[in-house]
Write a new protein. Structure first.
Lengths: 543, 373
């Protein structure tokens, strides 16, 4: 195993590629929406055999740019060249015909169909399905990418990394010049990321131009042959192959931070990926002597295809941050929901400050100071068609001061929202804006504002920074540390090992619904946790 | 929590309609635009079949609004439509597609019509009306219990179960009318409630107090959804059922409560019709309000007050239209055609104005580009 200090990051190794020709060029692209300039004279070129990284915070204009390339939007101004010829991309179909393949962040395979059926669905020209031909094509592509997926199995049985590989094959099915990957690592485990990196190498060898969209700085510097940094719709900076090979990792990061935020001091120190602060954080916090949250032998079934948990015991003191690591789908969500009261447990006991809370409802637990920040922000966290102000009180429907004797008090709801917007730095046109229109980072801040009202005692965070930009990530981690300093007991569930190492005092590894081990963070913790995640110790024990 | 609530939350957007400034203009375009378009199309069809569209419309207006008795009939017709609409709004806003209103209505109608003659003979009329109103509500509500429970407990799709229960309910209503509730008449129908014992009318009119009941009912539904925590919970359930679970709303209980309330309003509609207008129920009779009211409540965006003008328009068209069709020697089917056209154009207009609200081009892309050039 190459587990160790690299963690879930990309491994950086490359040389300067040979002089390349642009497969696609965007020249002076401008696109405005009512009130927003999403792209402001953006120019960039994707070269054959190279990875072009498009780096920027949420709302920097990355997605708009790619929607233009994939034919969803038309630019207001500017030109697009494909293989040197000016084109007007009429529609998504036209974009595909031009050889532009797109793999979206959220995978779109139909789970009940086999891999091959999924592939044939979009691509089969006639009425009848030609399985043999499709199988041959799949074989070719899989071999060239080094992918080993059985084309006859149902898409639902594939891991997320494999599903993504199939999506890449789908994008290449008709022969592409350019492949666009939108935040391709956001759903993947460390192993999945390593596989993706191998696939990218294969794609580069075959002469494809790749556009890799990300908001993670280390990914951009690790996989990109060129990096274009977008900020508020404009190109804020570019790094060429010479820069990427010539500069050290730290220098690169500093340059990019400079381009993204305009200064290296304030924002740079906050950058979540700079781990220097990790050593100093925990020691200074006071702890309560008794645990605030205790789980003793808790078992529960998962629902909706989630894995359940079995015989989970843990305790978290006030002032402590308890991390939960593990491969996605190891029972993390069930654990969080059982603590929050959203799911009944079949065995064991949960105590809050020594008091059993097994039979209590979600809202009773909330009133006792137990809070849960869900990872599924849009799915269950908010009602996206509702205004921000309403979403901020969703967990307190019927409670004063927002409702008195069942009657709504809109002024109180409004006041609460204005306060939350200030206190949590939620960027929104107004408190009446539908929350679904806000960026992921601002939705997450709204959820924090909703969960952390009054005096929380125990807070469970499920993937608190998942899919957010670096600035918001830094702000959220700072808030979590702040809560711990105030004596709150905190559980952070995450698939980002760096985050857990950075934040937690101890990290438990969840493996197939059971706790495989608990590791205090510090020297050598990363390797130890990595071993537990991939199951080395369990296997050794069995042998 | 067991119900895997794959609710149709994205089908519609129940954000409260705000009646301010530009929104008023918008509402006018939305409501008048489609009517004008439908009248034009209908006029064209009338002209093709050799009738005079102008006199046809004049007849509708005459018989549905201008003539005092017609106006009163139109207003009276609104009562059951408003109540059924209210019942649908309660369920639909919870994301519960109670499409079994016809069965709930007919069964309640059979019970009310079957027991009314003897009950009204025994107690004073106002008390009798109250008891029969409650009976209708109880029967309508009871007929939703099975779909509600199946949905709340097992997550069974309520569209299927309410529709199926509707068939069973209307069949059962017929059995009751032909069996235990069969009256003295030779045709299978219940005994007739004496005209003197029917719902009181507003002084000097034929408008019965059921209309007032219906208006109060939709106003209450409106207030519940705009002001109360209960309404908010129902709305959250309808907008995002998973969020409702997440924020700690007791989802199964709420599903059952909204279903019961919905069925009760359907049953009340039946009681009002039986006691206010018909006075008896004939076997195989079915006004089938359900299919007609569904589009109305959607056009009103599930807003209980906004449904009132739609119900009024619908009533005028059906009362005046009957007369106009007779005069033009057209089958009454023609009326359904006219109503259908209006509703279709309303839906199209709403789609286009929604699209504009979202800042999109109303015209398809290619044509929009050409128009700019």
């Amino acid at each position: 195993m190459t587990q160790g200090t690299t963690g879930p990051d990309f491994v950086r190794h490359r040389s300067v590629p040979p002089a390349a020709a642009p497969a696609v060029e965007l020249i002076d692209i401008t696109k405005t929406f009512p009130g927003v300039v999403a792209n402001d004279h953006v120019s960039l070129a994707a070269m054959r055999g190279e990875v072009l990284c498009l780096l920027g915070e949420n709302g920097a204009g990355k997605s708009t740019l790619m929607s233009i390339l994939s034919g969803i939007y038309r630019p207001d101004d500017g030109r697009i060249l494909v293989d040197g010829h000016a084109v007007t991309i009429e529609s998504p179909r036209h974009s595909r015909d031009l050889g532009i393949g797109m793999v979206y962040q959220h995978l779109s395979l139909i789970p009940t169909l086999t891999v091959l059926e999924n592939l044939m669905m979009g691509a089969n020209p006639g009425l009848t399905l030609n399985g043999d031909q499709a199988r041959r094509r799949f074989g070719e592509l899989a071999a060239s990418l080094g992918v080993s997926v059985d084309p006859e199995v149902r898409a639902s049985s594939l891991s997320l990394a494999q599903q993504q590989q199939v999506e890449i094959i789908k994008a290449l099915w008709k022969g592409s010049r350019v492949l666009i990957l939108d935040e391709p690592t956001s759903m993947l485990t460390p192993q999945g990321i390593a596989e993706l990196q191998a696939v990218l190498r294969g794609l580069k060898r075959s002469g494809l131009a790749i556009i890799f969209i990300t908001h993670k700085l280390h990914e951009a510097t690790a996989v990109g042959d060129r990096v274009v940094i977008l900020k508020q719709g404009r190109v804020a900076g570019r790094l060429d192959p010479a820069d990427l090979v010539g500069l050290s990792h730290a220098d690169l990061q500093q340059r990019i931070v400079m381009m993204m935020f305009g200064d290296t001091t304030a924002a740079g120190a906050d950058i979540a990926e700079l781990r220097d602060v990790a050593g100093s954080r925990a020691a200074s916090r006071p702890r309560t002597s008794e645990p605030l949250l205790e789980l003793a032998g808790v078992s529960a079934d998962g629902g909706r295809g989630e894995r359940g948990i079995e015989d989970v015991s843990l305790d978290v003191r006030g002032g402590e941050i308890f991390g939960v690591a593990g491969v996605d789908g190891s029972g993390q969500r069930t654990l969080a929901e059982v603590i929050a009261g959203q799911r009944q447990h079949s065995g064991g006991t949960i105590r809050l400050a020594g008091r059993p809370i097994d039979g209590l409802s979600i809202s009773a637990r909330q009133r006792l100071g137990l809070r849960y920040v869900t990872d599924d922000r849009l799915g269950e966290g908010v009602v996206s068609s509702y205004p921000l102000s309403m979403n901020l009180v969703l967990k307190r429907i019927g409670q004063p001061p927002f409702w008195r004797r069942g009657r709504v008090n809109r002024a109180a709801i409004q006041r609460n929202a204005v306060e939350a917007v200030g206190a949590y730095d939620i960027r929104t046109p107004s408190v009446d804006t539908r929350i679904g229109k806000l960026s992921g980072g601002n939705i997450q801040k709204a959820l924090l504002a909703r969960e952390l009202y009054l005096s929380p005692r125990v807070v469970v965070f499920n993937k608190p920074t998942h899919g957010l930009d670096v600035k918001t990530i830094a702000a959220i981690r700072e808030r979590i540390r702040g809560l711990a300093s105030d004596g709150v007991a905190i559980v952070v569930i995450s698939n980002d090992l760096d985050e857990l190492l950075d934040l937690s005092d101890r990290v438990a590894v969840l493996d197939a619904g059971r706790i495989a081990g608990v590791v205090p963070t510090g020297q050598g913790a990363e390797a130890r946790i990595g071993e537990l995640i991939v199951g080395v110790t369990t296997r050794q024990a069995v042998e | 929590m067991t119900a895997p609530l794959g609710s149709p939350e994205t089908v519609l957007d129940v954000a409260p309609v705000q009646w301010r400034g530009a929104a008023v203009v918008d509402a006018l375009v939305r409501s008048l635009g489609p009517i004008v378009l439908a009248l034009l199309t209908c006029g064209l069809i009338l002209a093709i079949v050799g009738r005079d569209p102008v006199s046809f419309y004049a007849d509708i207006l005459q018989a549905g609004v201008l003539r005092p008795s017609g106006l009163q009939d139109s207003i009276t017709r609104m009562a059951p439509i408003l109540l059924v609409a209210g019942g649908m709004i309660v369920a639909f806003r919870a994301g519960m597609w109670n499409l079994g209103s016809d069965g709930q209505y007919l069964l309640a109608a059979a019970f009310v019509a079957g027991t009314a003659p003897s009950l009204l003979a025994a107690v004073s009329a106002p008390l009798g009306w109250l008891m029969l109103g409650l009976l209708g509500m109880a029967v309508g509500a009871a007929w939703t219990i099975i779909p509600a429970w199946l949905r709340a407990r097992y997550g069974l799709n309520e569209i299927v179960t309410t529709l199926m229960m509707s068939f069973v309910g209307s069949g059962l209503a017929n059995l009751l009318v032909k069996g235990p509730f069969d009256g003295p008449s030779t045709v299978p129908q219940t005994a007739v409630v004496d005209v003197s014992l029917r719902l009181a009318t507003l002084p000097g009119t034929r408008i019965h107090i059921g209309v007032i009941v219906a208006l109060v009912a939709v106003a209450v539904v409106y207030l519940i959804f705009s002001r109360t925590s209960f309404g908010m919970r129902v709305d959250v359930l309808g907008a995002n059922a998973r969020a409702a679970e997440h924020v700690g709303i007791g989802v199964p209980r709420l599903i059952i409560v909204t279903f019961l309330a919905s069925g009760a309003l359907m049953g009340l509609a039946a009681a009002v019709d039986m006691l206010g207008i018909f006075g008896y129920m004939r076997a195989d009779w079915n006004p089938a309000y359900g299919l007609k009211v569904v589009p109305l409540v959607f056009l009103a965006r599930l807003n209980a007050l906004a449904v009132i003008p739609f119900a009024a328009f619908f009533s005028v068209l059906s009362i005046g239209g009957e007369y106009a069709a007779r005069r033009a020697q057209l089958p009454s089917d023609f009326l359904l055609l006219a109503i259908g056209l209006v509703l279709t154009f309303m839906v199209i207009t709403q789609y286009l104005t929604d699209k504009r609200e979202r800042g999109e081009q109303i015209l398809p892309r290619r044509r929009a580009a050409a128009a700019r050039a």
